[in-house]
Write a protein that binds this ligand. Structure first.
Ligand code: GDP
Ligand code: MN
Length: 387
């Protein structure tokens, strides 16, 4: 789960990480109050609040010298969508704009904390190349990427901090600030079960002080049960609507670009099904795992999800009955189809526990369902039918 920058900065403040003072605009009538509640003597920075970086490059971050310019910015963005290199071509809705007090910048650096799977720990990455796409920096100038592992107490030794600070040419005061920022971020990362914390850029201000100019936080969703304050920070408008609905119903769903809707029980089988569709030159419209304990209700929800995708021209249902009983699934499929008049062709493969009974139920339903026994045949068939 992602947070908005302004939400991330609220957490930053709790951990004494230096961020700019802000005010939030959710509707045009908020502008006056928002401008008055910050120090506007040097103007401000207006920032689109959507779950994406790369806003600066498309005008989603703008220095405004006057209230008129703020109004223009709000006019330009509020209620619109922002498309960046990090979003898809649809972009993300802009419902919130943050006004920040202006920071005078001397140098932009990069800092992040990640779950480092290779090293089996949390690692910190810092770089003198801030404000840029860090993947690009890593590729073109890997020597500019510095990395340090956090120990099991989420600490980096003071010695190591000093070495990093030296490489970044910090003076002693900046080194102290750096050390505090590192430990603040590490605590926040640990306390809130984050999977990513990124400050790009971390800046050296013209007065020499370090400052977190941007803030990105990803939370490990598996930990949300114990992070109650984070739960109401979720912004569904920033998530793929079908994926969000799937999550609410405990289904694993990822939307894709193709036209064959897939309903499968088990993640591995779902991957295999998508591979087989591709093998026969078809394109899956989604990954959908209804789970090992697929029930009638879940099948019905899954149908609704698949059919809400306008691109779906056919559906392949592939169920392996282990714990799940295929006869119950068959009934679920029939109920779901009757509930919503489905007009696209449906190929069904049932195997395993009570599959013979399941097939009989499907045959007797009088519905236009095509049964296949092998995954190859089933995939071939659905690919043919959507062509
Ligand atoms: P992103 O493009 O979505 O990553 O948004 P950022 O918050 O990183 O802002 C993009 C760029 O805008 C930064 O790299 C800065 O160069 C610039 N910027 C943001 N805030 C300020 C500010 O307070 N003062 C100045 N001078 N530039 C800023
Ligand atoms: Mn940024």
């Amino acid at each position: 789960m992602n947070l908005h920058e302004y939400q991330a900065k609220e957490y930053f403040e709790t951990y004494d990480l230096p961020v700019s003072r802000r005010s939030i605009i959710k509707k045009s009538s908020d502008i006056d109050e928002a401008v008055e509640s910050i120090d506007f003597s040097n103007g401000c920075v207006a920032k689109v609040q959507s779950h994406t970086g790369g806003r600066g490059k498309v005008g989603g971050v703008k220095l405004c010298k006057s209230k008129v310019e703020v109004k223009e910015f709000v006019e330009q963005w509020l209620g619109k969508k922002i498309v960046t290199i990090q979003t898809d071509s649809d972009g993300l809705p802009v419902n919130i704009i943050s006004l920040e007090e202006l920071t005078d910048i001397d140098k932009e650096l990069y800092m992040s904390f990640i779950v480092d799977r290779g090293e089996k720990c949390v690692s910190m990455i810092v770089s003198e190349a801030g404000g840029m796409n860090i993947e690009e920096v890593a590729e073109k100038t890997p020597e500019k990427i510095l990395k340090a592992k956090l120990n099991s107490d989420y600490l980096i030794e003071e010695k190591e901090i000093k070495v990093l600070a030296n490489s970044l040419n910090f003076n002693s005061e900046q080194t102290d600030q750096f050390s505090k920022i590192v430990s603040g971020c590490a605590k926040l990362f640990r306390d809130k079960d984050l999977s990513l914390l990124e400050i790009n850029p971390l800046v050296i201000k013209t007065d020499g002080n370090l400052h977190c100019l941007d803030a990105k936080i990803n939370v490990d969703e598996n930990a949300l049960y114990r992070q109650e304050d984070l739960l109401d920070k979720r912004d569904p408008t920033q998530e793929d609507q079908r994926e969000y609905e799937a999550k609410e119903n405990d289904l694993s769903y990822v939307s894709l670009d193709g036209n064959i809707g897939c309903m499968v029980n088990g993640a591995g089988l779902a991957m295999g099904t998508m591979d087989t569709i591709k093998l026969y030159d078809g394109e899956p419209a989604n990954f959908l795992d209804v789970g090992g304990t697929a029930t009638k209700e879940r099948v019905s929800k899954a149908f609704k999800l698949i059919l809400s995708d306008q691109n779906v021209k056919g559906i392949l249902i592939n169920i392996f009955g282990g714990i799940v009983r295929c006869d119950l699934i068959a009934q679920g499929i029939i109920d779901a189809i009757k509930e919503r008049s489905v007009s696209v062709p449906i190929v069904v493969r049932l195997q395993g526990n009570k599959s013979e009974e399941g097939k009989l139920i499907l045959n007797d339903s009088g519905l236009n369902l095509i049964g296949e026994d092998s995954l190859q045949e089933a995939s071939k068939k659905i690919v043919e039918l959507v062509k």
